[in-house]
Design a protein around this ligand. Structure first.
Ligand code: FE2
Length: 348
C-alpha cells in the first residue's frame, strides 16, 4: 500500500511553521499553516472508501442542538446498516458529528502521516519530544458544534475541509474550570464536560479555521467549536510528553490522596521534591492495584443514521439500542416487561 511518507519528495514539508510559530507553540493558542489537506488521503474518494470499510466499533456518531449552553442535545446515533455513502450524505445534509477513532491503528497511511507530522514538529520546536497517542478523523456537518470542554492531554486540530470557529479559553483559570473537575478529567471520571457560561467568552480568543490551518492551545485550555461552512473534515491528534505526563500524575495524585485519604493535596506544582514524592506515591499505588479505574461509558441511542431525514438520523421505534461503538464493551438485555439493563462485558 502506498503510504504518505513516500507520496511526497523529502523537501515537501507538511508543517511549514515559522520560527515564531514554533516558539509560541504550547505557550499560547496558535493558528499556523499546514499542507495535509493537499494529500490524496483526504480526497472525496479516499474518505468515502475509508468510511465504507471502517470498523463501526471505532466510529462514533453524535447529533447536537444549536445552543452551546444546552449539552443535553448531544446524543449518540447508531450507525447500523449505514454505508459509507449513507454516512457522508447524512453528515452533509444533517446535523451530525463523526469521530473516526484511532484511524492510525486501522489505516497504515494515517500512522505514517502522524509519524511524519510529529517528526517535522519535533525538528522545528525546541525541546518538543512527543509520543503520538491517538489520531481521530473528524467529519462534521456544516452547522455542527462541540460544547465547551477541556481535555486532559494536549492535541493539535488540523483543518482539512470546511470552515469552523473555535473559542479557546485560558488554561489554568479556576473560574473557567474547577480544579476538582480537572482532576476528574485527568482520572477519567468525567468525560471532559465542563459547566459553561456565556460570560466566559470575554476571556476567550476565537479563531476561524480554514483548510490548511492547524490550531493548538496550551494543555487543558477549555475550548468549544461551531462549524461555519461546508462539511468539516479535521484531524485531531493527541500526544503526550514527559511534561504532560507529569501534570497528569500530579492531578491524579491530588485526587486520589485528597479524596480517598483526606490528605490536603491541592498544589499543582510539577517540579520540586514534594511534587516528585506525590507522583511517585501515586505510581506505587497504581502498580499495587489501589487506584480505581472507572468503567467505560455506555452509549445507548434512540436514533439511527438516515440520510433522507432532515437531521441525518431518525428515531428507532423499539429503541434505545446499543450503538455499534459500545457493542464490544456492553450487552443490552430486555426483560419480559420491556425493562432494559446493561451488562459490562469488558470487565468480565
Ligand atoms: Fe477537545
Amino acid at each position: 500500500m502506498e503510504t504518505v511518507a513516500n507520496q511526497q519528495p523529502r523537501e515537501f514539508k507538511l508543517v511549514p511553521w515559522t520560527k515564531e510559530d514554533a516558539l509560541a507553540y504550547r505557550r499560547e493558542p496558535l493558528l499556523a499553516k499546514h499542507r495535509l489537506h493537499e494529500l490524496e488521503l483526504f480526497s472525496d474518494d479516499a474518505l468515502l472508501d475509508l468510511l465504507e470499510h471502517y470498523p463501526r466499533e471505532r466510529l462514533q456518531a453524535f447529533t447536537m442542538g444549536t445552543d452551546p449552553l444546552d449539552r443535553s442535545d448531544w446524543q449518540p446515533v447508531d450507525t447500523t446498516g449505514a454505508s459509507g455513502k449513507d454516512l457522508m450524505a447524512a453528515v452533509t445534509s444533517g446535523r451530525l458529528w463523526f469521530n473516526v477513532l484511532q484511524v492510525h491503528l486501522v489505516d497504515r497511511r494515517y500512522r505514517d502521516l502522524v509519524d511524519r507530522v510529529y517528526g517535522e514538529l519535533s525538528e522545528q520546536c525546541p525541546d518538543f519530544r512527543p509520543h503520538p497517542m491517538s489520531c481521530t478523523l473528524i467529519i462534521s456537518s456544516p452547522r455542527a458544534l462541540v460544547y465547551y470542554h477541556a481535555d486532559a492531554q494536549p492535541n493539535l486540530l488540523w483543518q482539512l475541509r470546511g470552515t469552523k470557529r473555535v473559542w479557546v479559553y485560558p488554561a489554568g483559570d479556576r473560574s473557567l474550570i474547577d480544579q476538582s473537575l480537572m482532576e476528574d478529567i485527568f482520572a477519567s471520571f468525567a468525560d471532559e464536560e465542563v459547566p459553561y457560561r456565556t460570560e466566559f467568552d470575554d476571556k476567550a480568543k476565537s479563531f476561524e479555521m480554514h483548510p490548511g490551518e492547524v490550531l493548538s492551545w496550551p494543555q487543558n485550555a477549555p475550548h468549544r467549536v461551531t462549524n461555519v461552512e461546508g462539511v468539516n473534515i479535521s484531524l485531531s491528534i493527541v500526544h503526550e510528553t514527559e511534561e504532560t505526563d507529569r501534570r497528569k500524575l500530579v492531578y491524579c495524585a491530588n485526587r486520589l490522596f485528597g479524596r480517598n485519604y483526606h490528605l490536603p493535596m491541592r498544589s499543582t506544582k510539577e517540579t520540586g521534591v514534594v511534587s516528585y514524592l506525590k507522583r511517585l506515591a501515586y505510581r506505587v499505588w497504581r502498580r499495587a492495584g489501589l487506584v480505581y479505574t472507572p468503567p467505560r461509558r455506555v452509549y445507548l441511542s434512540k436514533f439511527r443514521i438516515d440520510p433522507q431525514s432532515p437531521g441525518g438520523f431518525r428515531p428507532i421505534p423499539d429503541g434505545p439500542v446499543l450503538t455499534e461503538f459500545s457493542k464490544k464493551d456492553f450487552k443490552l438485555r430486555k426483560d419480559s416487561s420491556g425493562k432494559i439493563s446493561v451488562e459490562n462485558i469488558s470487565a468480565a
